[in-house]
Design a protein around this ligand. Structure first.
Ligand SMILES: Cc1cc2nc3c(=O)[nH]c(=O)nc-3n(C[C@H](O)[C@H](O)[C@H](O)COP(=O)(O)OP(=O)(O)OC[C@H]3O[C@@H](n4cnc5c(N)ncnc54)[C@H](O)[C@@H]3O)c2cc1C
Ligand SMILES: *[C@@H]1O[C@H](CO)[C@@H](O)[C@H](O)[C@H]1NC(C)=O
Length: 610
């Protein structure tokens, strides 16, 4: 008995090592691809030549190695990884420009980002930064936000408390301790737990990369929770953990405010997810120089250089399968006509729900395994975005390179519960949580591009059902009542903004509009207006779900990438691409990225010494 158990253990360890360190395919991070910085292109027309290449059958390259549905960072990122090892990849995007949540749009001369406000972990020579340098051939540049990068604002106008959040492991706690004397122990323990939990997240990738039976063995033997503090903490709610640490209501709020970056109120949030966000921003926060369209703009040429293409206005209406139920291409709707694109591999960045419920033939969708996967996830919360164009420079308007998280009270669980569970008219009169940032103030290239102007981005949550009535109307013509409802949300949000930022006044506002959950459906293909894809509540962090929801689907030659197969956020969606690339290329790209980061650090150091 014991011998068998011993042998089984040894085999298990060997397998694990093989899947952690295994590497049989080509390595996209084999060499340092950074090129000298070229002159920045900010001219819209020039950029659109890259970002807005419309779909035509004649533009589809021959002999494709893969077709990717969706041009978010999960889709483009994966295409770049494959292109770097010489694969010819076609990326298809339903919207009229590439980028997904990283796309930008311009109204009345103001350029707005959709889904990038700040990204963490981008210190030079860290794996994420190094990877992005490679994936844009060294052309994408990052600008650090100021420190403090976030401000948590709590309470009603007559009793507002503002708490700055600093990056830096020591600074983070030191500054909090100044504001919360007597709470030193709670603050230290909070950070210790967050760091320890966050460090265990490598197991998430492991569960998705090792063979499923092995993953199941790790789960059923309970080894997962022994080996990874991440999964040990995953079933615990944020409220639960934080309430044990302190009685101070404001400190509890400060410990939890960043739930806004994944969308579950503290009592539904997993401490594991929370720990990832806290540690993500511990080394600082960054914004892409030139705005978030720079991301796609510098990735696309790499895909093209390998013979691939990124085509927009290319809604995929179904995935094609052969008789053996293997994916073999996609169908694109061109007007009323279907254009078929053949490829030996189909990778979807369109999210689990779109992929399984909209793009599969009925009989495949009905497969028990597909149904089981769909049953494990649920739609995440809808998002509300308000875009404001202002007349004035950042100095005139008092705008800086930071973010504000403004809450009407410090009891977030009740606050969100109440807000999300009321009728839309009520909700539009009081928005109790609001993210406010000025993208223009974060971008050093802005002043030259749009002198004398500024932008604000406001973000909150909103129920899909509040806006569902208008979902089938044309996006440009949704009627007066829809406009009225949007205006009510806008006015309420602006009142909050003008109260917190006294230099912003009505007469400075040149442009304002709101994007609702149904706007998200139209422009980023979010089926129920989700802000962060599938829900990130505690259930998302069960080891079972993380082992089962992986890049391979139950259907041969069909893969998933992006936020739904890993986690939300720019870095989460990119990790989805890295994991999917690992499966396709049969090697652990997470480790390759880490190895390259070490190598470039060494090389850069030597270069400096010379
Ligand atoms: C308002 C907002 C603010 C955010 N702020 C931040 C932030 O500050 N920092 C951060 O790290 N993250 C932020 N995020 C999250 C982050 O942007 C996303 O998690 C990430 O970019 C998702 O990438 P993705 O590739 O998985 O999906 P997406 O970017 O959503 O890409 C999916 C693409 O698939 C396309 N598609 C769908 N169906 C089809 C089809 N049938 N045919 C063709 N194409 C299709 C869609 O149009 C879309 O372009 C924010 C998100 C939002 C919405
Ligand atoms: C912007 O403000 C300046 C003065 O601050 C004013 O002269 C100008 O007319 C304003 N522009 C618009 C479009 O409102």
């Amino acid at each position: 008995m014991w011998t068998i158990l011993c042998i089984a253990c040894i085999v298990l360890v060997i397998f694990l090592l093989k899947y952690v360190f295994g590497s049989s395919g080509p390595n996209p991070f084999a060499k340092d691809c950074r090129e000298p910085l070229r002159e920045k292109v900010y001219d819209k027309k020039e950029k659109n030549k890259v970002l807005k290449q419309g779909f035509l059958a004649s533009r589809v390259p021959d002999n494709l190695d893969a077709v990717v549905i969706g041009s978010g960072v999960g889709g483009l990122g994966l295409a770049v990884l494959l292109a770097k090892v010489g694969k010819r990849v076609l990326v298809l995007e339903q919207h009229d420009r590439a980028g997904g949540c990283c796309h930008t749009f311009t109204e009345k001369g103001f350029e707005f980002d959709v889904g990038i406000h700040y990204i963490g972990d981008l210190l030079e020579h860290k794996p994420l930064r190094c990877m992005l340098d490679q994936m844009t051939n060294g052309q994408l540049q990052w600008e650090k936000l100021e420190n403090p990068f976030d401000h948590v604002v709590l309470g009603p106008p007559e009793n507002r408390r503002s708490y700055p959040i600093y990056s830096g492991s020591t600074r983070f706690s030191e500054e909090l301790k100044k504001r919360f004397p007597g709470e030193e122990k709670a603050i230290d323990e909070y950070l210790r737990l967050a760091k320890k939990t966050g460090r265990g997240a490598w197991f998430l990738a492991l569960l998705k990369l090792c063979p499923l039976p092995l993953a199941k063995l790790l789960i059923h033997t309970g080894l997962v929770k022994h080996l990874s503090f991440f999964f040990k903490m995953a079933p615990r709610s944020l409220t639960d953990v934080v309430n044990e640490l302190t009685e101070n209501k404001d400190l509890r709020a400060v410990f939890t405010y960043i739930f806004g970056t994944y969308g579950n109120m503290p009592k539904d949030a997993s401490f594991a997810m929370h720990s990832l966000l806290v540690t993500h921003y511990l080394s600082g926060a960054w914004y892409p120089k030139g705005g978030s369209s720079e991301i796609a703009y510098h990735m696309i040429p790499i895909i093209e250089k390998a013979g691939g293409a990124v085509l927009v206005r290319a809604p995929v209406n179904r995935i094609l399968f052969n008789e053996a139920k293997e994916a073999c291409g996609v169908s694109v709707l061109k007007g009323q006509e279907e254009v078929h694109v053949r490829a030996p591999m189909v990778i979807s960045d369109a999210g689990i729900f779109n992929t399984y419920e909209k793009l599969l033939p009925k009989e495949l969708q009905a497969m028990p395994e597909i149904q089981r996967h769909i049953g494990m996830v649920k739609h995440g919360e809808g998002g509300l975005s308000i875009f404001v164009g202002l007349n004035g420079t950042k100095e005139e308007l008092g705008l800086r390179a930071n973010n504000y998280w403004i809450f009407a009270e410090n009891n977030f669980d009740e606050l969100v519960d109440k807000y999300m569970n009321q009728e839309r008219e009520e909700a539009s009169k009081k928005i109790p949580l609001l993210f406010v940032a000025s993208p223009s103030a974060k971008d050093p290239s802005w002043e030259a591009r749009s002198p004398g102007k500024s932008t604000l981005s406001l973000v909150s949550f909103a129920k899909y059902s509040w806006f569902e009535d208008w979902k089938d109307d044309k996006v440009t013509n949704r009627g007066a009542d829809y406009k009225e409802l949007k205006q009510a949300f806008i006015d309420t949000a602006l009142d909050v903004v003008m109260d917190v930022f006294p230099k912003i006044t009505r007469d400075k506002i040149e442009y304002v509009d709101a994007g609702t959950p149904i706007t998200n459906t139209h422009y980023i293909g979010a089926p129920e207006g989700e802000i962060y894809g599938v829900d990130h509540g505690i259930a998302r962090f069960s080891p079972e779900l993380n082992a089962v929801i992986r890049p391979q689907t139950p259907l041969k030659n069909l893969y998933l990438t992006g936020q739904d197969v890993f986690l939300c956020g720019f870095a989460g969606a990119l990790a989805g691409a890295l994991t999917c690339g690992s499966v396709i290329l049969s090697r652990n790209l997470h480790l390759d990225a880490i190895a390259l980061a070490k190598r470039t650090k060494y090389m850069d150091k030597k270069l400096k010494e010379e």
